[in-house]
Design a binder for this molecule. Structure first.
Ligand SMILES: NC(=O)c1ccc[n+]([C@@H]2O[C@H](COP(=O)([O-])OP(=O)(O)OC[C@H]3O[C@@H](n4cnc5c(N)ncnc54)[C@H](OP(=O)(O)O)[C@@H]3O)[C@@H](O)[C@H]2O)c1
Length: 355
C-alpha cells in the first residue's frame, strides 16, 4: 500500500512509519523537519500543514491508499488536510485522543461516549485544550467522509522516542537513585500502551479498510502504579553495557495523595510534576479505565510493560540527555512553557517532611 503520514518523524508517527515499512508498504512522510528525523526508507517531504500551498504541492500528481494523521491538534488543520486530500487518498486514519470525550477522565469511556462540543470550523490557533481533538474529528469526518474515515482515540502512549517526557522522566529519576518520592497508591491500576503496539494495531485496521472508531489503549489495569515505578527502578538498575554499569538502587518512598495535594508552597501538581500520578479523586475516576473491548476484538495486542520500560531505557541511554533538559534533569515541553518533573530540592523537602 502507499501510505502518507502527516507527521511521521517523532513518536507515534515514527512508529507508524516503522511498522508500515516493516510490512513492505511505501511510506511518504510530510513534516517541517523540526521535531525528529525521518526513518530511512520513507519518502520524506517537507512542508507546513497549516499552509494550503504546501499541502497543494504535496498532493499534486500523487495518490495514496491511506493517510495517517498523527499531527493535527487544531480543527482548522484537520479541516484543511481532509479537504485537500479528499481526491488524493482513499482512506484517512485520524489519531485522536480519549481527551476528545467529554466524560473523560471522570468516567469510563467507550466508542459511544459523547464528544466535547467543539465545532469543525473552530478558528485556527486555539490555545491547547482537550475539546480541540473533538473538533478535529468532526473536521476530518466532514471533509473526507465518514465512509472512508477511521478514528483512533488514543490513551496514554509510552515507549521508545517518547516526546512527552513521562516514562523517560521516571526512568531518568530512578537512574539518579536514592529515595524517590512515589506518589499516591501503589495499587492504583493504570492503562498505558506501547506506541509500537498502537501502531501495529493502526496499520492492521487501516490495511483492512476499517472505518468508525476504536478506543485504542491497553486494557485497564495492564500495570499498577506500584509495578510501573518498581519496574522503572529495576530496569535502570540492570547492568546495561559491556562494562556492567550497575547503578545505585532507587528506593521508592510512597506518600499518599492527601499530603501531596495539600495547599501550600510544596503542594505537588499531579500528572506533570510527578508524571502520570493521577490522584484517586472523583474528577479522575475514569482516567485509567477506558473500555478497549472493541479494539481488542479487532486484534489489538499489548506487550508487557517491562518490555516497554527496558526498550525505552535502552533508547534513552543511546540518545543521551534531551536537548531541552536543564541542570535539574527537568524537561521543557511545548516550547518550555510547561515543565515536566519535580525540582529535586522540593522532592527532598517533601520526603523529609512526609515520609
Ligand atoms: N502522547 C500521548 O500520550 C498521546 C495520548 C493521546 C493522544 N495522542 C495523540 O497522538 C498523536 C501523537 O503525536 P506524535 O507527536 O507522537 O506524532 P508524530 O507524527 O510522531 O509527531 C508529530 C509530527 O507532526 C509534525 N508536525 C507538527 N506540526 C506540524 C506542522 N504544522 N506542519 C507539518 N508537520 C507538523 C512533526 O514534525 P515537524 O515538527 O518537524 O514538522 C512530527 O513529525 C498526537 O496527535 C497526540 O495528540 C498522544
Amino acid at each position: 500500500m502507499r501510505i502518507l503520514l502527516l507527521g511521521g518523524s517523532s513518536f507515534l508517527g515514527r512508529a507508524f512509519a516503522s511498522e508500515s515499512l516493516t510490512r513492505g508498504h511505501d511510506v511518504t512522510t510530510f513534516n517541517r523537519g523540526r521535531s525528529g528525523t525521518d526513518l530511512p526508507g520513507v519518502e520524506a517531504l517537507r512542508g507546513e500543514r497549516d499552509s494550503a500551498d504546501d499541502l497543494a504541492r504535496l498532493v499534486e500528481g500523487r495518490h495514496w491508499d491511506a493517510v495517517v494523521d498523527t499531527s493535527a491538534q487544531q480543527p482548522a488543520q484537520a479541516a484543511l488536510s481532509a479537504r485537500l486530500l479528499r481526491a488524493h487518498a482513499d482512506h484517512y486514519t485520524f489519531v485522536s485522543s480519549v481527551h476528545a470525550f467529554s466524560d473523560w477522565p471522570a468516567l469510563v469511556v467507550d466508542e459511544t461516549s459523547p464528544l466535547h462540543p467543539c465545532p469543525a470550523d473552530t478558528p485556527p490557533d486555539q490555545p491547547p485544550g482537550n475539546p480541540l481533538k473533538a473538533g478535529c474529528e468532526r473536521a476530518v469526518l466532514e471533509g473526507f467522509g465518514a465512509d472512508r474515515t477511521l478514528i483512533l482515540n488514543s490513551g496514554l502512549l509510552i515507549g521508545p522516542h517518547e516526546n512527552g517526557g513521562r516514562l523517560p522522566w521516571w526512568l531518568e529519576r530512578m537512574a539518579r537513585g536514592g529515595p524517590v518520592l512515589a506518589p499516591g497508591d501503589p495499587d492504583r491500576a493504570m492503562q498505558v500502551i506501547d506506541v509500537r503496539d498502537f501502531a501495529a494495531f493502526g496499520v492492521d485496521v487501516l490495511v483492512a479498510g476499517r472505518t468508525g472508531r476504536f478506543v485504542t489503549t491497553a486494557p485497564a489495569g495492564n500495570v499498577t502504579f506500584g509495578e510501573f515505578l518498581a519496574t522503572c527502578a529495576e530496569v535502570v538498575g540492570e547492568p546495561t553495557g559491556a562494562g556492567g554499569d550497575v547503578r545505585p538502587p532507587a528506593e521508592l518512598v510512597w506518600v499518599a495523595d492527601g499530603p501531596l495535594l495539600a495547599e501550600g508552597p510544596d503542594s505537588v501538581e499531579p500528572w506533570s510534576e510527578l508524571p502520570l500520578w493521577a490522584p484517586d479523586v472523583p474528577e479522575l475516576a475514569g482516567v485509567w479505565l477506558a473500555d478497549t473491548g472493541r479494539a481488542r476484538a479487532a486484534g489489538l495486542r499489548c506487550r508487557p510493560f517491562a518490555e516497554t520500560a527496558r526498550d525505552t531505557w535502552a533508547w534513552l541511554r543511546q540518545r543521551g540527555p534531551a536537548a531541552d533538559t536543564d541542570a535539574d534533569g527537568l524537561k521543557g515541553r511545548q516550547g518550555a512553557a510547561r515543565r515536566t518533573g519535580i525540582v529535586p530540592a522540593k522532592e527532598r523537602r517533601l520526603l523529609a517532611a512526609l515520609a
